[in-house]
Design a binder for this molecule. Sequence first.
Ligand SMILES: NC(=O)c1ccc[n+]([C@@H]2O[C@H](COP(=O)([O-])OP(=O)(O)OC[C@H]3O[C@@H](n4cnc5c(N)ncnc54)[C@H](OP(=O)(O)O)[C@@H]3O)[C@@H](O)[C@H]2O)c1
Length: 344
Amino acid sequence: MTQSSTTNRRIVLASRPQGAPTAADFRLEEAPIPVPAEGQVLLRTLYLSLDPYMRQLMDEVPPAYAPRVELGSHMVGGTVSRIVASRHPGFQVGELVLGNAGWQDYALSDGSDLRALGDMKQPSYALGGLGMPAFTAYVGLLDIGQPKAGETVVVAAATGAVGAIVGQLAKLKGARVIGIAGGADKVTFAREQLGFDVALDRHDPQLAQKLAQAAPDGIDVYFENVGGAVFGAVVPLLNVGARVPVIGVIADYNRKGAAEGPDRLPKVMATILQKRIRMQGLVIFDHYETRHEDFIRDMTAWVAQGKVKLVEDLLEGLPQAPEGLIGLLHGSNFGKVVVRVSEA
Ligand SMILES: NC(=O)c1ccc[n+]([C@@H]2O[C@H](COP(=O)([O-])OP(=O)(O)OC[C@H]3O[C@@H](n4cnc5c(N)ncnc54)[C@H](OP(=O)(O)O)[C@@H]3O)[C@@H](O)[C@H]2O)c1
C-alpha cells in the first residue's frame, strides 16, 4: 500500500505491549483524507521520525512529560511534511514544514506546532542531525555535561541519533571520548568514522573491566542515554565533581517490573554524595525557547564545515515504521532512524 491522493493510511496502536512491542501491537488502517477548516492546513507526510520515547507513550501509564497514545489512535511522531492545502494566512501550499503529523500520510494543523524549513536540501535532517535528537545532545552535553579539554567523556548508544552527536561535540570541546555501542560494526564506526578515541561493545561480558582500562583517569562526564548494565559499569569510575546529564534509560523501556540482580541504589547514592556528582535530568521540550536558535546556528556551521558528521538510517515506506521502532529498541539501527513516507 503506497501513499495516495485519495486515502489516508495511518498506523494505530492496536494493543499495549507486554514488554518489547511486536508487530501485532500496531495496525495499518485507511481513512478519508481530512479536510482543513478555516485557520488550518493539510499536511502530507514526507518523512517520519522514529524515536525511543514512542515506546513509553504506548504504555497505560505514560512518562511525566507527555500523554499516552490511546488504543485505536495513530502513533504520534515528528514529521517533515509538505503543505498541500491551506486555509491559514501564514502558510502557503507547497511549503515544507517540520511538525507532528505522526504515523500517517496526512494530518491537519492549526500552524502552532509548525516550523517552516524553507528549501532545506536534505529535509530529513530536520528530524535528526539538525533536529530534536541533536538538540538534545547539544543541551545535555554543553549545558549540563560541560566537558573541558582533556576530560574523559563516556556516551553509550554511541552511533545512535543522540550519542553520535554527543561524542563528536565532546571531541570538538577537546575531551577524550569513549563510546559504547552494540556490536563490532558500530564499535568500528564510532572509532573510524566518528573519531572517538575508544569504542567498546556493550555486549562484551568484560565491558566493566575494559571500560576501567580505557578510563585510567576516571570519568568526568557520563552522558546517560541507556541506564542498565552500562550505568553499572560507569558508576565506580566517576570522578569527584563528575557531571551526569540523564537523558534516557532505554535499557528499561521494555521492562515489566523490577530489574534483576542486587539493589544498586545504596552504592549509587553513596557515590553521588561522596564524589559530589551532579546528575541532572533533561526533557528537551523545555529548552526550545532559550537554546534552539543557538543550536541551529552552531550545528549548521559545524555540519557545513565538516566538523560534525550526520548518520541517518532511512527506511522506505510508512508500513516499515513498526519494525523500525521495534528494531530501534533492540539496537538494530545505525544512526538516526527516519521513515521516508513519500517523495512528493
Ligand atoms: N530526554 C530527552 O528529551 C530525550 C530526547 C531524545 C532522546 N532521548 C533518549 O536518548 C536515548 C537515545 O535516543 P536516540 O534517539 O539517540 O536513539 P538511538 O541511540 O538512535 O537508538 C537507540 C539505541 O539504544 C541502544 N540500546 C537499546 N537497548 C539497550 C540496552 N539494553 N542497553 C544499552 N543500550 C541499548 C541501542 O544502541 P547500541 O546497540 O549501539 O547499544 C539502540 O540503537 C534514549 O534513551 C532516548 O529515550 C531523550
